[in-house]
Design a protein around this ligand. Structure first.
Ligand code: AMP
Length: 239
């Protein structure tokens, strides 16, 4: 029987192009937790021909702004966290991104008994972010991301290595879109990171290194924290 006290969640934050999704995917494999990419979940809803789909599409692709806290809360509470694959915990990629989301999200995780263990903040130089986004392509079928020149040779000719579908650019990966999203990150998400620094659950990670090295580094730090927690739990149950 699985022990609920071992269930936990991790939040991953960073500017656009910082490699959040690649890191989340890697960590989700190491810890067998579900990778929840909020941006991708929103992109799926934005494709639907519904009032909510249209509203999200507008925010994401026309205004390049953040979606309302209510929509993020509802999506997480009424859909994502209800999925059986999330019961042991999640690697939450890209939320909370605004101060108002912190408490809402922590409450949901607490209620699901997959409490927030740590928040990882990836920092990457602006030049590297712009370069990565310029060469970034995605598959509209399986929603995987690839960097041209690294994961694929030629985005015009190559098909998605995972599902053999033609690749495309994300509609908001234009220079204007990136600049706007970087500003939003600085104005809205840096205060969130600051709040987690204050709460002493922030891990600040240099994301300007090879992806595998970054992931190994985070894995080691989280493993150490889990061991310490297990030790504390053992001691409290003995007393
Ligand atoms: P991403 O795929 O993480 O770059 O997110 C793409 C877009 O989804 C962002 O530019 C926002 O419009 C929206 N988005 C993603 N996460 C959030 C969030 N936590 N709160 C509000 N909007 C979000």
């Amino acid at each position: 029987m699985e022990k609920k006290q071992n269930f936990f969640s991790v939040v991953l934050l960073g500017p656009p192009g910082s490699g959040k999704s690649a890191q989340a995917l890697c960590l989700s494999k190491f810890f067998q937790l579900k990778h929840v990419d909020i941006g991708m979940e929103l992109r799926k809803v934005a494709q639907e021909d519904t009032p909510q789909g249209k509203e999200i599409y507008n925010y994401m692709y026309k205004e390049h702004s953040l979606i309302s806290d209510e929509i993020i809360e509802n999506l997480l509470q009424n859909d994502i966290c209800k999925r059986s694959e999330c019961r042991r915990g999640i690697i939450l990629d890209g939320a909370p991104r605004r101060i108002g989301q912190i408490e809402r999200i922590e409450k949901i995780l607490q209620k699901q008994e997959i409490p927030l263990l740590r928040v990882i903040s990836l920092s990457v130089k602006k030049e590297s972010l712009i370069k990565r986004i310029k060469h970034r392509y995605f598959c509209p079928r399986c929603f995987s991301f690839y960097i041209e020149g690294k994961d694929i040779q030629n985005a015009q000719k190559d098909l998605c290595p995972r599902c053999q579908y033609p690749l495309m650019k994300r509609e908001d990966d234009t220079l204007e879109g990136v600049e706007k999203r970087l500003n939003i990150f600085e104005e809205e998400t840096l205060p969130v990171i600051e709040e987690y620094r204050r709460k002493k659950i922030l891990l600040e990670i240099d994301g300007d290194r090879e992806g595998e090295i970054v992931c190994q580094n985070v894995y080691e730090q989280i493993t150490l924290i889990l061991r310490e927690k297990e030790y504390e739990n053992k001691n409290t149950s003995r007393n």
